[in-house]
Design a protein around this ligand. Structure first.
Ligand SMILES: [Zn+2]
Length: 166
């Protein structure tokens, strides 16, 4: 399903625009390093995004991702026995403070700066303008390209909103 091409640039082909991740408030979901709550990420996403030399240690379970910008941990298992740091993952994690570049759309490698620039300098006002200008979400494959395993749509919209508010 996530391989479907977008038909009209209005909504993401992989998930529409109803992206939601459950944040579970149980301690079990806390990052073993910084002790903040993480979000659930599918096994297939983790398997694709850890560097090849670590993929064997991923196993078959789902993971959590640490959302703390200051914490170096990216993925960790619920039993906390396995965790992967930023260096062990193939892509910069956009919400971590040293991420460079900060991608908004991982599938088409469009950065948040390119999204904002489309709004600031190229007259984009809506999602479809930004997608047309930047080429974001052209080849949506968010499940294995986006570190959260979710559609980039929401992040792009955030970038648009931020640029419009400036
Ligand atoms: Zn953490």
């Amino acid at each position: 399903m996530w391989r479907n091409k977008m038909s009209d640039n209005k909504a993401c082909s992989c998930c529409g625009d109803t992206v939601e991740l459950a944040i579970n408030n149980k301690d079990i979901n806390k990052c073993p390093i910084c002790n903040q709550f993480g979000k659930t990420v599918k096994n297939t996403t983790v398997k694709h995004l850890v560097k090849a030399e670590f993929s064997d240690s991923v196993g078959g379970m789902n993971y959590l991702i640490c959302m703390n910008e200051d914490c170096d941990t990216v993925y960790y298992s619920k039993n906390k026995e396995i965790h992967f740091s930023q260096k062990q993952v193939k892509v910069p994690i956009w919400f971590k403070k040293d991420a460079d570049p900060k991608y908004a759309c991982y599938c088409s490698e469009v950065t948040i700066d390119q999204v904002k620039e489309a709004v600031r300098d190229k007259g984009a006002r809506k999602m479809k303008d930004v997608l047309a200008i930047t080429g974001a979400m052209k080849n949506s494959n968010c499940e294995v390209k986006n570190p959260l395993g979710v559609c980039c749509h929401e992040r792009i919209q955030q970038g648009i909103d931020e640029a419009l508010a400036e």
